[in-house]
Ligand binder design. Structure first.
Ligand code: PMP
Length: 394
C-alpha cells in the first residue's frame, strides 16, 4: 500500500518553526508562525478563558455525546457575535466544527453536494490552506485579483471586475477581515460596493472570518460579513475562535449557513450535519464550552473583550511604531502601509532573497512570500528589525 508513496511537501511554516528553534542567536526574531504573542513574546491563555475553564471543570456533569452540531449554546452565541442583527435567525443555522479549518471543510463538503465540482474563487494571494482544502472536498479553485504588490493595498477595481463576471454557479471566498497574508482590507464603502456587485452577479459567497476583533474591533471587523448577510439570499460563514479567544489547540470553529427561507435553511443544515457525520461525527466540546460560557456571562464577556482590545491595541502600536521607524530609515513613506494594514499579518513585499538575507544575516524569520507576523515583533524589537529591514532593502 505505501511502498510507492513519495513524501508530502513539507509545510513551510512548520519547517520555519524548526529552523528558528535550531538558531542559537540570542537576538533572533520569529515573525513566521501565525499565533499572537504579547509584549513578552508569550502566547498567553486569556484570563477569561482560564476562569471559564475552571467553571466548566466544576459544573460539567457528563461527558456523553453532544450531537453532530456540537455545542448548541456555543453556536447561538457565535451567530450573535458574528452576524448580530443583520439577518433573521430563522434563516440561519450553525454547526460547531474543529477550528475554522473544520468549519471551512464542512461548508466545502456541503457546497460540493449542492454543486459538485463548482469553482471556488479565492483571493490572490490567500491563506495557503484554502486551495488544498477546497480541492480535497471536490471543488475546483481559481483566483481573483486582490493585492497590489506595489502599493500594498487592495486592487479593488480589478477585484470588482472579476466578481462581476462570476455567475450563480460559482462560489466566492472572501476574508471577513484582517486578510491573511496581506493585511490589506476593504473599507466599509468598498464592502458596500462589492455587495452590490455580488448581488447583481448572483455568485454564492463564503466568508472566512478567522480574526474577528483583531483589526478595528468586534463590531467594525464584522461590517462586511453583516452587510453581505443583510443583503444576500444565501450565504455561508466559517468562523474561528483560535485567535480571538487564543484557543488554537482546542480547535474551536463554527460553520454558519443562511438559507433563502426557513425550510431551505433546515434542508441545507441537514446536509451540513451529514458532512460532519461523515468526517468526524461530532466536534470536541471543551473549547466551544469555554466560548459559550464567556459569551453568556456578563463579567467574563467584558473581561474577554477588554483582553481582546489589549491584543488589538498591541498590534496597532507595533504597526505605528514600525512604520515610523522605517520612515526615519528610508526617508520615505514607503512603509506607511504597515500602519494602515490590519490584523496579525502584513505582506511587506520584499524579495525571497531579502527574506533569506534577513534570516541568515539578522536571525529574522518570516515566511518566504515576506508575510510578517506583526505580533511576533514586540515593541522592544522594532528598532532592531527596522535596521535589518532597511539594510536588506537598501
Ligand atoms: N482561515 C484563515 C484565513 C486563517 O488564517 C486560519 C488560521 N491560520 C484559519 C482559517 C483556520 O484557523 P483554525 O483552523 O486554526 O481555527
Amino acid at each position: 500500500m505505501f511502498e510507492k508513496l513519495s513524501p508530502a511537501p513539507q509545510d513551510k511554516i512548520i519547517a520555519l518553526i524548526a529552523e528558528f528553534a535550531a538558531d542559537e542567536r540570542d537576538n533572533k526574531i520569529d515573525l513566521g508562525v501565525g499565533v499572537y504573542k504579547d509584549a513578552t513574546g508569550n502566547t498567553p491563555i486569556m484570563t477569561a478563558v482560564q476562569k471559564a475553564e475552571a467553571k466548566r471543570v466544576k459544573d460539567q456533569t457528563t461527558k456523553t455525546y453532544v450531537g453532530m452540531a456540537g455545542n448548541v449554546g456555543f453556536n447561538d452565541a457565535m451567530v450573535d457575535l458574528v452576524l448580530g442583527d443583520s439577518v433573521g435567525k430563522n434563516r440561519v443555522r450553525a454547526a460547531q466544527a474543529p477550528g475554522g479549518t473544520g468549519a471551512l471543510r464542512l461548508i466545502a463538503d456541503l457546497l460540493n453536494v449542492a454543486k459538485p465540482g463548482a469553482t471556488v474563487y479565492i483571493s490572490d494571494p490567500t491563506w495557503p490552506n484554502h486551495i488544498p482544502l477546497m480541492e480535497a472536498a471536490g471543488l475546483k479553485t481559481a483566483s481573483y485579483p486582490y493585492f497590489d504588490a506595489e502599493k500594498r493595498n487592495v486592487r479593488f477595481d480589478d477585484m470588482c471586475e472579476a466578481v462581476s463576471k462570476m455567475t450563480s454557479d460559482d462560489i466566492l471566498l472572501l476574508h471577513g477581515c484582517c486578510h491573511n497574508p496581506t493585511g490589506a482590507n476593504l473599507t466599509n464603502e468598498q464592502w458596500d460596493k462589492l455587495t452590490d456587485i455580488i448581488e447583481d452577479a448572483g455568485v454564492f459567497v463564503l466568508v472566512d472570518i478567522a480574526y474577528l476583533g483583531f483589526g478595528d474591533g468586534l463590531t467594525d471587523d464584522a461590517y462586511g460579513v453583516r452587510k453581505l448577510a443583510a443583503t444576500l439570499p444565501e450565504m455561508a460563514v466559517a468562523a474561528s475562535c483560535s485567535k480571538n479567544f487564543g484557543l488554537y489547540r482546542e480547535r474551536v470553529g463554527c460553520a454558519m449557513i443562511i438559507g433563502i427561507d426557513e425550510p431551505s435553511a433546515n434542508v441545507t443544515f441537514s446536509q451540513l450535519l451529514s458532512a460532519a457525520r461523515a468526517n468526524y461525527s461530532m466536534p470536541p466540546d471543551h473549547g466551544a464550552e469555554i466560548v459559550r460560557i464567556i459569551l453568556n456571562d456578563k463579567d467574563l464577556r467584558a473581561e474577554w473583550e477588554a483582553e481582546l482590545t489589549d491584543v488589538r491595541n498591541h498590534m496597532v502600536t507595533i504597526r505605528k511604531n514600525l512604520a515610523e521607524a522605517m520612515r526615519k530609515r528610508s526617508n520615505s513613506a514607503d512603509y506607511d502601509f504597515i500602519a494602515e494594514h490590519r490584523g496579525m499579518f502584513s505582506l511587506i513585499g520584499i524579495s525571497q532573497d531579502d527574506v533569506e538575507k534577513l534570516k541568515k544575516d539578522h536571525g529574522v524569520y518570516m515566511v518566504g512570500n515576506s508575510r510578517m507576523n506583526i505580533a511576533g515583533l514586540g515593541v522592544d524589537k522594532i528598532d532592531i528589525f527596522a535596521d535589518a529591514l532597511a539594510e536588506v532593502s537598501r
